[in-house]
Write a protein that binds this ligand. Structure first.
Ligand code: NDP
Length: 483
């Protein structure tokens, strides 16, 4: 099986190859086979991307928002028409089962293009009257934005960054993770087909060094990263050198609190979605599941029963609902955490092993009796490992939930509405859920507090991160000067 893209990069409206860059194998996670190759961007490729984007952005900024929006909405329509092909590509890129990719990857990218396309015509400044004088503001693009993606949602991430950037009149250079280079290239192709002028959305491949070169280039005005906290620290520091705008969507170790009055099957559903969807490779996952002591044993018993229903197998078979890890490297990281969990005394309820088949498959894994100080309760694992912790008291569980350096997400399951809102108000997290988990509609802001990030993606909030205000004061009368 070969899924070889036309070429490694997409610049100025066309595919570009430069085989002198670092060779990157594209590995299908379900089999471990090499299914294609791309080359990391060389200095010449980076230069070509930056110059074409800079040139194109000047003209794009002069077009009306409505015109920009029309192109984005057309791209959304094309993505929806080709959802199946794009979903299959996402499955080859990430290993995630088609039963997921058909519903949350290309479709979420289309949602972003449609939403920001719809918003583009209404992005305006304001008139500020001050007696006979007045001021007005102009909402201007930032210029050249760089997007750097993680490997878990390559299609979605490329549009969560690209759509608001383009709607606001910017150009974008997107660098996918080296692990998943395929999907963003297709998005770039579709944008051109939808009528986007060439040079406005370029995709270049590469390892972290390519991202670092883009971030430190003085011609780049904004950087939006989806990645880990350690990478976020480096990218934020490099951007600070040039006082560039940033959006940082980083890691998490989010709490999901299940009170004893919760609808237990719904809470189990939330915990399963928040730990095992995409084989647990979701930044906002609720990986510290605090379960009230009164319902803990029942919760664990039902959880094990429901995990027994997981269909693990070929991700291209639509009945499969649990696939492999994205890479051998990520699988080994997670295996190490499972060993640490055992050695620190957590009770292994189920899973814990690698599946005896090709590809990077790990069993869905649950640890109970996890203590707050255990490594598996403190560090982001980014794999299918749920830690269940007990609690009895509301105030105490809030303090424990907040006792982390991360602050991406938090969830509460309870049938007591007052308690739900009271607890959510106290939790230190950017994206919260009541009686649900991991919904990420484009209409609502998404992003983290504390070390989990800076800025917000999606919703009107993203507009603030891809545009800036010019303020113009207008004097109607004479200027009075002291001399
Ligand atoms: P990494 O932080 O390893 O990489 C993220 C991206 O940054 C990759 O494209 C990487 O390139 C690039 N990169 C690495 N070093 C540098 C550098 N010095 N300068 C510029 N770019 C660099 O994350 P993963 O890809 O492993 O993704 C997993 C992480 O992403 C998890 O921590 C997860 O929580 C987080 N994440 C956050 C989300 C959010 O919205 N908050 C959503 C999804 C994931 P390369 O691939 O070549 O290393």
């Amino acid at each position: 099986m070969q899924i070889q893209p036309v070429a490694s990069h997409f610049i100025n409206g066309e595919y570009v190859e430069d085989t002198s860059g670092t060779l990157i194998d594209i590995v299908y996670p379900a089999t471990g086979e090499i299914i294609g190759r791309v080359y990391g961007a060389t200095e010449a490729v980076i230069e070509q991307a930056i110059t074409s984007a800079k040139r194109a952005q000047k003209e794009w900024a002069k077009t009306s928002g409505t015109e920009r929006g029309r192109i984005l909405r057309r791209a959304a329509d094309i993505i929806r028409e080709r959802n199946r092909d794009l979903s299959i590509l996402e499955t080859y890129d990430t290993g995630k089962p088609l039963s997921e990719t058909l519903y949350v990857d290309a479709t979420s990218a289309a949602d972003a293009l449609e939403y920001f396309g719809g918003l583009a015509g209404s992005l305006t400044g304001e008139h500020i009257p001050m007696g006979e004088n007045w001021a007005y503001t102009i909402r201007e693009p930032l210029g050249l934005c760089v997007g750097i993606g993680a490997w878990n949602y390559p299609t979605q991430i490329s549009c969560w960054k690209g759509a608001p950037a383009l709607a606001c009149g910017n150009a974008m250079i997107f660098k996918p993770s080296e692990t998943t280079p395929l999907c963003a290239l297709k998005v770039a192709e579709i944008l051109i087909e939808a009528g986007l002028p060439k040079g406005l959305y370029n995709v270049i491949q590469g390892l972290g060094d390519v991202g670092a070169k883009l971030v430190s280039d003085t011609r780049v005005d904004k950087v939006s990263l989806t990645g880990s906290v350690p990478t976020g620290r480096k990218v934020y520091a490099a951007a600070a050198e040039g006082i560039k705008h940033v959006t940082m969507e980083l890691g998490g170790k989010s709490p999901l609190i299940v009170f004893d009055d919760a609808d237990i099957e719904n809470a189990l559903g939330g915990a399963i979605l928040g730990n095992f969807y995409s084989s647990g490779q979701v930044c906002s996952n609720g990986t510290r599941v605090f379960v009230h002591e009164a319902i803990k044993e029942k919760f664990l018993e039902r959880l094990s029963a429901r995990l027994g229903e997981a269909i693990i197998g070929d991700p291209l078979d639509e009945t499969t609902n649990f696939g492999p890890m994205v890479s051998e490297r990520q699988m080994k990281i997670v295996q190490d955490y499972i060993e640490i969990g055992k050695s620190e005394g957590a009770r292994l309820i189920c899973g814990g092993g690698r599946l005896d088949r090709d590809g990077f498959y790990l069993e869905p894994t649950i640890f109970a009796d996890v203590r707050d100080d255990m490594t598996i309760a403190r560090e982001e694992i980014f794999g299918p490992v749920m830690a269940v912790l007990d609690f009895t008291d509301e105030t105490d569980v809030i303090a424990r939930a907040n006792d982390t350096e991360f602050g991406l997400s938090a969830g509460v399951f309870t049938n007591d509405l007052s308690r739900a809102h009271r607890v959510i108000a106290e939790l230190e997290a950017g994206s919260c859920f009541i009686n649900s988990y991991n919904d990420a509609p484009v209409e609502a802001p998404f992003g983290g507090a504390k070390l989990s990030g800076v800025g917000r993606e999606n919703s009107k909030a993203a507009v603030e991160h891809y545009s800036q205000m010019k303020s113009v004061f207008v004097r109607m009368g004479d200027v009075e000067a002291p001399f």
